[in-house]
Ligand binder design. Structure first.
Ligand code: CP
Length: 311
């Protein structure tokens, strides 16, 4: 799963149903220790202690831990590479050789986060087991887009014709790149509100609706996703935080004028005081931590279905 090329609307919606079923069963289990000792059929450990390789060549908290949790819950033992410190990458071994050597240890699947220097598509073609993209350079972050839309599906039961607004650093966002693809499958609309230097450059984004003023964009949206300003991907040019926060930051005052039904999201990690104020997390419309919670169930459902013909 490098992108959504093999995914239909039906397939994705059944993945969502499965994720929510896992969530319901888990929540029920938490209240009843006896069910934890006697798991029902859908919670069977399909991995049976086999290994999965989780290779994170770039930093991660949410994606890495949720894949680890998902592996544990599904019965796979995760072998984790976290940034490469303490591995032979430090001795100059290449990323490609690292992957080949870990493949020789026969994990049943790979989860890989890497930068643009690696052609993940080509790497996946060369491996004999499935590869899940856990964030690849600027190319995409499909499981993030899925957990975002799962969180909306949980509220709305369908994404069709819904309006999702992305505010901020769209240009450097692999999350938006994946939403562009996913929106074509699930039929939701995408709006963008961003300063000129953060606007996407690809003509692929022509179908987006663009807003200059955040107030107009918020009025249009059914859900708004603030994006992290990705300073590490910028070219070092001056970034005016004060002006950005004033024009594009989400805060209680601004959101008090927005419909009580408009949902508020962020893929994380958050730069508080830049794209979003901490107080927004307490807004009853905020899904930020539900996105993280749903990320475990979405990834668990994905892993449980990896070796099935259909989802
Ligand atoms: N949203 C996301 O990918 O977060 P991490 O970088 O912490 O995994």
């Amino acid at each position: 799963m490098i992108n959504f090329s093999q995914f239909s609307k039906n397939k994705i919606e059944s993945l969502f149903e499965k994720s929510l079923q896992l969530k319901t069963l888990t929540n029920a289990q938490n209240f009843s220790p006896s069910t934890a000792l006697n798991p029902s059929e859908p919670l069977v450990q399909v991995g049976r202690g086999q290994t999965a390789a989780l290779l994170f060549f770039e930093p991660s908290t949410r994606t890495r831990f949720s894949f680890e949790a998902a592996c544990a819950r599904a019965g796979y033992h995760p072998m984790v590479l976290d940034g490469g410190i303490g591995t032979s990458l430090e001795k100059g071994e290449t990323v490609t050789d690292t992957i080949l050597n870990i493949e020789a240890m026969r994990p049943l699947f790979f989860v890989i986060r890497c930068n643009n220097d690696l052609n993940l598509q080509e790497v996946a073609k060369g491996l004999s087991v499935p590869v899940i993209n856990a964030g690849w350079g600027l190319q995409g972050h499909p499981t993030q887009a899925l957990l975002d839309t799962l969180s909306l599906f949980e509220k709305w039961q369908s994404l069709t014709k819904k309006k999702i607004l992305f505010v901020g650093d769209v240009k450097h966002s692999r999350v938006v790149a994946s939403h562009f693809e996913l929106s074509q499958i699930l039929n939701y609309e995408i709006g963008i509100c961003a300063p000129t230097e953060f606007l996407p450059t690809s003509e692929k984004h022509e179908n987006f609706k663009y807003f200059e003023k955040l107030e107009d964009a918020l009025e249009w949206a059914d859900a708004v996703m603030a994006l992290r300003v990705q300073k590490e991907r910028h070219d070092g040019s001056f970034f005016d935080v004060v002006n950005y926060r004033k024009k594009f930051g989400l805060n209680s005052e601004r959101l008090s004028k927005v419909s009580p039904k408009t949902l508020i999201m962020h893929p994380g990690p958050i730069n508080y005081g830049v794209e979003l104020e901490k107080e927004v997390l307490n807004d009853p419309r905020s899904l930020v931590l539900q996105q993280v919670e749903n990320g475990v169930f979405l990834r668990e459902a994905l892993i449980r279905n990896l070796f099935k013909e259909t989802l």
